[in-house]
Design a protein around this ligand. Structure first.
Ligand code: ADA
Length: 561
């Protein structure tokens, strides 16, 4: 499944995933053997490959010719793509999409090979042994598309309200490309919320791209919000001499995001965040959850009264974003980095790899109305001078790509964070009642007061981006010790009540939605080699805390007014 809606009516598209491919491991006892495996899926879900870390090759065949675009929504974590034995492109990072374009491919059957690498080492600064599992494989959908010489590469829509009459407007930026060998004339038209959109005809030189921008008014558009997540289709068509060459269908939700004083505003209203941090993880699917399983997770989160998901700690499969757009769930989407020390941030690939993730995440996910904030660098070295420089650059990069959304970073640098002057929202991960015995309110007071009195984060919205406690599903004990379901339920009760009653704080994300597998190097303090702080376990079975969260989250409204 590529998206939850059709994205092309003119451009021909075929899903290459959703079927068996040939898999050939290149390491270990089974190196060189071949078997058929379902794509998308994670290697570690194939029997006999539960602990596989190494290189492997995935193969399939497709029939096509002319200009071909292969889109990969996610390959974990490094991919080298070749067609008919010729290298066609490479990509690093499991969690962002990439494409490969081949021009003038002869008509007929072709072999597509994806060489996948999920090893840790210096070449990978962001996928490191961590408190979640880095799986291997083709973990998200793969699409094959037939392109004309001219095609629509991207559209970004930024809705805003007109100051004079409050009507909805949107800035629409269309990037069109010419992959042919001669200059072409492109006319782009569109339809959105009953309004016709027209751009002036433009010449695009061979091999060039042109960005067409326009601001349009949408008098009939209705607002997208959490309660009524109204979505519109934007249909763009690119024509030459009156003949449609290409199209792109995207979805738009008319809403604004902002920050005023210490509040986070959606459509001008101060929102109270009641969220879950969620990893893409499931014993059956690894990180390659099918749409149905993602939708099930979201239905549980909604049932518990949550209104937001934090995609900790990487950009998510676009299916989740499509569903959140449809369900009115706010999304904190973040780049890929968790708990990197200064030494790890000094990996020679770190800055380049982070920059690529940020660019690919924002370019691909810009239009999702559910995304209300971009997060970066969870719990990295924001307390050192070198770390500060990295945060500053990454925040600046986000701003250059998207000036419409606030930015933040989930920090654990108590009283030492040097970076609170850069983002619009100050966020902290705290674990009172789990890693230490202080009360929740004391911990909040301590952190909040320091931010207000001693940092450039003063006066900014303040969020708790993680709080939680561990419990092993089914472990009950009258002593209510740590790791029992009883202990978790009691801790969560205090954590939620005290955070949501702390009116200076704009809301919270529970760590975490479900139990997740962690890398084997992370066994310490991680019974079962799992992070057991889920409110449901890895199979989504409800722990005692489920009803506690549900009762408490449901008793606070989505807004402060
Ligand atoms: C951190 C981190 C999470 C997870 C959590 C925990 O704050 O951001 O990824 O490791 O702690 O469970 O301790």
């Amino acid at each position: 499944m590529i998206r939850t809606f059709t994205t092309h009516e003119v451009r021909k598209q075929e899903e290459l995933s959703g079927k068996l491919w040939e898999f050939e491991p290149l390491e270990g006892a089974s190196a060189g053997t071949k078997r058929n495996v379902f794509v998308p899926a994670c290697i570690e879900t194939y029997p006999g490959f539960e602990a596989y870390r190494g290189e492997s090759v995935f193969r399939t065949r497709f029939t096509a010719g002319g200009n071909i675009r292969l889109e990969f929504k996610g390959v974990s974590h490094t991919a080298a793509v070749s067609v008919d034995g010729k290298e066609a492109g490479t990509h690093y990072n499991a969690y962002t999409p990439f494409d490969v374009i081949l021009t003038n491919l002869p008509e007929g059957e072709h072999t597509l090979e994806v060489r996948v690498d999920n090893r840790f080492g210096e070449a990978s600064a962001l996928h490191v042994p961590n408190d979640y599992m880095t799986y291997g494989g083709i973990s998200r959908a793969v699409a094959l598309e037939w392109l004309a010489d001219l095609y629509i590469k991207q559209v970004h829509v930024t809705p805003f309200r007109n100051v004079s009459d409050n009507a909805w407007n949107a800035k629409i930026e269309v990037l069109a490309a010419n992959i042919g060998s001669k200059a072409r004339r492109a006319s782009i038209t569109g339809l959105l919320a009953k309004e016709k959109l027209v751009w002036e005809e433009t010449v695009i030189e061979a091999g060039e791209e042109v960005l067409l921008s326009g601001t349009f008014s949408f008098p009939e558009a209705e607002e997208w919000n959490m309660e009524h997540p109204r979505l519109y289709e934007l249909k763009l068509v690119l024509s030459e001499n009156g003949q449609a060459m290409d199209d792109l269908i995207e979805r738009v939700g008319f809403r604004t995001v902002g920050v005023k004083d210490n509040r986070i505003l959606i459509n001008g209203r101060a929102v109270r965040i009641k969220g879950f941090c969620r990893h893409e993880d499931h014993p059956q699917f690894g990180c390659a959850l099918p749409g149905e399983a993602i939708a099930y997770d979201l239905s549980l989160a909604k049932d518990m009264g949550a209104n937001s998901i934090r995609t900790s700690h990487y950009p998510n499969d676009e299916i989740l974003l499509d569903l959140c757009d449809e369900l009115g769930i706010l999304v904190w989407e973040e780049n890929h980095a968790r708990g990197l020390s200064e030494q790890m941030m000094r990996n020679p690939n770190f800055e380049r790899q982070c920059e690529t993730v940020i660019r690919e995440m924002i370019n691909a996910h810009y239009n999702h109305p559910s995304i209300y904030i971009w997060g970066i660098l969870n719990e990295c070295a924001s307390d050192t001078e070198y770390g500060r420089e990295c945060y500053e650059k990454q925040y600046a990069l986000i701003r250059s790509l998207d000036s419409s959304r606030p930015r933040s970073s989930a920090s654990c640098r108590f009283r030492t964070d040097l970076c609170l002057g850069y983002p619009e929202v100050v966020s902290y991960n705290i674990y009172p009642q789990w890693y230490h015995d202080g009360t929740v309110t004391q911990t909040l007071d301590d952190q909040y007061n320091w931010v207000q009195k001693e940092t450039e984060g003063a006066g900014k919205p303040f969020l708790i981006t993680e709080i939680g406690a561990g419990a092993i599903y089914g472990y009950r004990s009258p002593g209510h010790e740590k790791w029992t379901e009883e202990y978790q339920a009691e801790a969560l009760k205090k954590q939620i009540t005290e955070v949501l009653n702390y009116t200076a704080c704009q809301g919270m994300y529970i760590w975490q939605f479900c139990d997740v597998r962690v890398c084997r190097e992370w066994f310490s303090n991680r019974p079962r080699t799992m992070n057991n702080k889920g409110i449901v376990d890895e199979y989504r079975r409800r722990k005692l805390s489920y009803d506690v969260v549900k009762r408490l989250y449901s008793s606070y409204s989505n807004y402060w007014d």
